[in-house]
Design a protein around this ligand. Structure first.
Ligand SMILES: [Zn+2]
Length: 366
């Protein structure tokens, strides 16, 4: 079938070509240009255009490594469609290694689709959106927890939209948090325009976590397989899926007293009702608060600061039913959750999806 050229950021990428370039998206007050590194892989065969974005929050680096690997991993002769890899979106934040766009701490992920006459964040969002995102068919936006927190590997998606649900399920995380996302997020803006997009959350800011990266590369391949960009690859389904509905089922557990925080949960994110999760104490251990699991559930996101004020969030908690908990316990036995204890810097042998699961997930969604 006749393939067309791809047009992105002022470049024309012919079928069968991989093009890397820097897209000028503004300038600093120092007079230097701000440039987004871009890789476009225009496949030799017809198919959808998929975007991958990282570092919308400038210090969230796991996604930067994932996009770098994806951009080198696939050859145009294997691709049915086009991959648009935006390696770093929040360039000013990335340079400063901070979450927000300096100097006024604007959140780029509350600025989409942006506009040409707004603030720096709004203009940056607008350029990215009009030059790249709006010309894609689906996408994945990679995030991590904010600094001093860690988050379980999960997807956020608007599961009421069947096209978004398809991307989310194909990505194959066990936990999916259902919702449209806040106003101004990249995924909400894209989904509104009919470009099904999910957010992937994993781990910590400021580092590469190799076990997460390894798993995410398999998950990207799975989405590409589901959408027939890689028609010969299997879709990798997780063993269980817990879709957390809007409202109610997920909540922040907070410290009521101020003090030093010890973590008691772990090493796996599944905890039992009444289990002590955190102990908050004053310097003299006169005032000690034990924060317990309100039910059997998953610690999805956790504060890693060792200190807390009253009202400070300690963890993001999701209740799971007994049937789901039993499946998770089996997974723990099989070592699936061991990645939460790994912190090495070596790239490990791929093993998360060593056993490819081609059967549909056991769906325990609500
Ligand atoms: Zn983020």
């Amino acid at each position: 079938m006749f393939r067309e050229d791809a047009h992105f950021g002022g470049h024309v990428i012919t079928p069968g070509e991989r093009r890397t370039f820097r897209f000028e998206c503004g300038e600093t007050y120092h007079g230097d240009s701000l440039e987004i590194p871009v890789t476009v892989i225009n496949g030799e065969f017809e198919g959808p255009t998929v975007f991958l974005t990282a570092a919308v929050h400038g210090d969230e680096l796991n996604g930067v490594k994932i996009v770098q690997e994806v951009a080198r991993q696939y050859d145009p002769e294997d691709i049915h469609g086009t991959l648009v890899c935006l390696h770093v979106l929040n360039v000013p934040g990335f340079l400063a290694q901070q979450r927000y766009v300096p100097i006024y701490d604007e959140d780029l992920n509350r600025s989409f689709p942006g506009g040409p006459h707004g603030t720096l964040a709004s203009r940056l969002a607008n350029m990215v959106y009009t030059e790249f995102i709006s010309n894609c068919d689906l996408g994945i936006d990679f995030h991590t927890s904010t600094r001093n927190r860690a988050t379980m590997y999960h997807v956020r998606a608007d599961m009421r939209d069947p096209d978004v649900e398809r991307v989310a399920r194909a990505f194959g995380t066990s936990v999916i948090l259902d919702g449209k996302g806040s106003v101004g997020t990249l995924r909400r803006a894209a989904c509104r325009d009919g470009i099904p997009t999910v957010t992937v959350e994993m781990g910590r800011a400021h580092r590469f976590q190799t076990a997460h990266l390894d798993r995410a590369l398999h998950c990207v391949a799975s989405v590409l397989a589901e959408h027939e960009v890689l028609p010969d690859r299997p879709v990798s389904w997780p063993g269980w899926t817990r879709v957390v509905a809007r409202g109610g089922e997920k909540r922040w557990l907070r410290a009521e007293t101020a003090g030093l925080v010890e973590m008691k949960w772990g090493p796996h994110p599944l905890v039992e009702e009444g289990e002590p999760l955190f102990v908050v104490s004053d310097h003299f251990k006169d005032d000690v608060e034990v924060v317990r699991a309100p039910s059997t559930g998953l610690v999805v996101g956790v504060l890693e600061n060792a200190v807390a004020y009253p009202g400070h969030p300690l963890c993001h908690f999701v209740t799971v039913d007994e049937r789901t908990a039993d499946i998770i316990r089996e997974d723990i036995q099989r070592g699936v959750f061991d990645i939460y204890r790994e912190g090495g810097f070596q790239w490990p042998e791929p093993r998360w999806y060593a056993e490819h699961r081609s059967s549909p997930a056991r769906n325990t969604s609500t």
